[in-house]
Every structure is written in C-alpha cells, then in structure tokens.
Design a protein around this ligand. Structure first.
Ligand code: GLY
Length: 388
C-alpha cells in the first residue's frame, strides 16, 4: 500500500482476530492497515489453543456451535495455507481430546454432555475408566469414565499469532506499532482513529478487534460500544521430558469441583494447564491461589505432573460477551465494524472470523454463517445481507 493512500480498512487490535481480519482483507485486494503497540500479543499469548467445538459445547449455544464447527472445518486448510505462506510451523495437531470424570457427579455431567453432543449430531465416544487409562496411562486410577472426541484438535496460539503477523506483512498490511486512543467520527461515519502520539489514521472502514479492550475505545458512540468484558484466565506451563515417551498423547480435560481444567500436550514438550475463569476486571496478576487450583486439579487427573519442571505462569483476559458469542460485522455507525467478544473460542474461531470479516468488508453484508452474531442482537441497528 502506498504510504499516502488512505487505506480501505484500518483494524484496531493486533491479536489473532485483528491479524486474521487484516490478512484476509488484504488478500481480497483491500488496502489495509492495523494499529497495535504489540501486534501478535493479546489473549493468544496465554491461551492453550484447544480447538474444542465438541468438548466445550454448552446448552443453549446451538448457534455458536454452528460457527465453531464451521471454523473447525476450515482449520486444516487454513493452517496449511498459513504454513506454506510463512514457512512457520503452527503446532497444529489433530490428536483429539479426552474429557474425563473423577467422581459420580462429574460422570453424570459428562453423560449429559454426551447426550447433548449426540442430539447435536456430533461425534464422541463414551469410554470406561479403564479404556481412558489404556489411551492415557498417566491418568489417575480414580478416573471413572470419559468422552473420546477425536475431532477436537489443538494449535499453538503463539505460533499462530506470529505466523499471522508475517502473513499480514507479506500481504502488504501496514502495521502501525501504536495504540489507537480515539475513534474519529466525521458527520455520521467512522473515518479513522487518533493514536496515543496524536497521529490521525484515516480509513474507509474501521474494524474494532481489540479483544477485551474493545469496549474502551474513546469516541465510540455509546449505542455501538461493544458489551465485552475481561474474563481473567490463569495458565501454567510445564515441560514434559521426552525420554519416557509422551506424558500425554492428546488433550485431557475435566470439570473438577465445578472448575474446568485442561492439559494440552504439545509436540515440542510443552504441557499447558489451564485455565481459571475469574471476573476480576482488568487484573492480570498471577496468584498463588490460581496456580494452586490449576495444579491441584491437574494433579487429580494426572498425578505425575508434580515431577515436571514448571516453566511459566501467565494470566490473560478473554473478551467475554453477554451471550458468550462473538460480535461480527457492521454496527449502527457507518464505517465501524466489530470483530470481538470471542470469549473462550478465539483461537478456534480465527479462520471463520477472517473469512466473515473479509466478506463483509468487501460486500457490506454478513454471510449466512455469521448472521446470528451481528452486533444488532445487543440493540444496535445494522445492515445484513437479504436472503436470495
Ligand atoms: N477455551 C478455553 C478457555 O477459555 O479457557
């Protein structure tokens, strides 16, 4: 893009959602810029990278399931395209997931999830405790049963973010390493932002994709400000020595005393244990209590974790929305679009979000798969594509 030309699109936020939006927009021929002081950062620095459309299914989230599955289906091609373009390994593994139960209550919960999965036409298989341990010998003897879901895969979100940044740069996206402080509205249209150093960045369309910070951009009219809130997640990283073979072969997860815990083993030896879920505002402190809770619950699942080196503790902020689903597409303010509120599914929803946003930026209309996720559902009037 020529430095003097006003870009067609300015993306505010360089996490994985902002980056994929910018990359796909640039691929469609739109002159695209992005503003973020630390592109490639955000919640993906912390996320474990489970692609868990089936094991994270919840009652009442059927529309979200459709979007999650649409994105999961895109993942193999998306990962292959990004790897080929950038030469980067994304740590994408089709290793499957095992959700296990430790007591009778957990088992009842998991049975309910299994029934919901079956009603939704999803592929999952009930296993006895013994069958779970045959698949994963490091599991505790007390595991009572589990659900094997071979279609729930994983990716390394840090590698994904780095590759998306490279892909953006190669596609000609202008990356401004600066913070967008205020939306500029001219007449009744969003026309750009002012950055923290006072620079004005103009654009034909502005996409607000700043994760949990999306509700905080000054200058956005109150009726289109996205209702996202930060939901803190603490995560622990351990290292699995290779010498005795893999510690775990696939992602293992459970609900222990009402808290979700998951163990995500990577091929590079990293074992990610996540995650707490805390409504603590903007606090990102790693606490003794959070780490204790994760290690205690993970230890109940796989007692051998206590032997592994502890390499990292982190905390990040998920962008939660009132219905746990993302906000995608135009707002009531012309020229302002949203790609935010992905909550627990940001990594999974990255491929479909890129496609949806590129479609809406080039045509002005939301594709079918994204219509339930229009920001209009929270009160703002927007345009959507009319059925043919
Ligand atoms: N999807 C996992 C999490 O948000 O913790």
């Amino acid at each position: 893009m020529s430095p003097t030309r006003t870009p067609d699109v300015l993306v505010v936020g360089g996490g994985i959602i902002g980056l994929v939006t910018a990359w796909r927009a640039a691929q469609r021929g739109l002159a695209t810029a992005l503003a973020d002081p630390e592109p490639g950062g955000g919640a993906a620095r912390v996320a474990a990278g489970m692609l868990a459309a089936v094991t994270e299914l919840h009652h009442g989230e059927e529309d979200l399931l459709g979007l999650n599955l649409a994105s999961a289906r895109r993942y193999p091609d998306f990962a292959a395209e990004l790897t080929e373009l950038t030469g980067r390994d994304l740590g994408y593994r089709g290793c499957g997931t095992l959700a296990v139960a430790l007591d009778a209550d957990d088992r009842a919960l998991l049975r309910e999830l299994h029934a919901l999965q079956q009603r939704s036409g999803l592929d999952s298989q009930w296993l006895s405790g013994r069958e779970c341990r045959r698949l994963e010998p490091m599991l505790a003897p007390g595991v009572r049963g589990g659900l094997r879901v071979d279609g729930d895969h994983q990716i390394d979100p840090r590698r994904l973010a780095a590759a998306l940044l490279t892909a953006c740069e190669r596609a000609g996206v202008t990356v401004h390493r600066t913070r967008a402080e205020r939306l500029v509205v001219t007449g009744d249209r969003a026309t750009g932002v002012v950055t923290s150093d006072g620079t004005g960045l103009d654009a034909g369309q502005v996409v607000l994709a700043a994760g949990s910070l999306s509700g905080r951009l000054a200058g956005v009219p109150a009726d289109v400000l996205p209702p996202v809130r930060p939901v803190k997640g603490q995560v622990v990283r351990l290292t699995m020595p290779a010498r005795h073979g893999p510690f775990l072969n696939r992602t293992v997860r459970a609900v222990v005393r009402g808290s979700h815990v998951y163990l995500v083993p990577r091929e590079n030896g990293e074992l990610v244990i996540g995650a707490t879920s805390e409504e603590m505002g903007w606090d990102t402190t790693v606490t003794a209590g959070g780490v204790y809770e994760l290690l205690r619950d993970a230890h109940e699942l796989a007692p051998g974790i206590t032997e592994l080196p502890l390499t990292e503790t982190t905390a990040g902020l998920r962008p939660g929305s009132p219905d746990n689903a993302p906000l995608l597409g135009p707002t009531a303010l012309d020229g302002l679009l949203l790609a935010t509120g992905h909550y627990r599914n940001g990594v999974l929803l990255t491929p479909v979000t890129g496609d949806v946003m590129a479609h809406v930026l080039t045509t002005g209309a939301l594709p079918e798969v994204a219509r339930p996720f229009t920001p209009r559902r929270f009160g703002a009037a927007v345009r959507t594509e009319q059925p043919a």
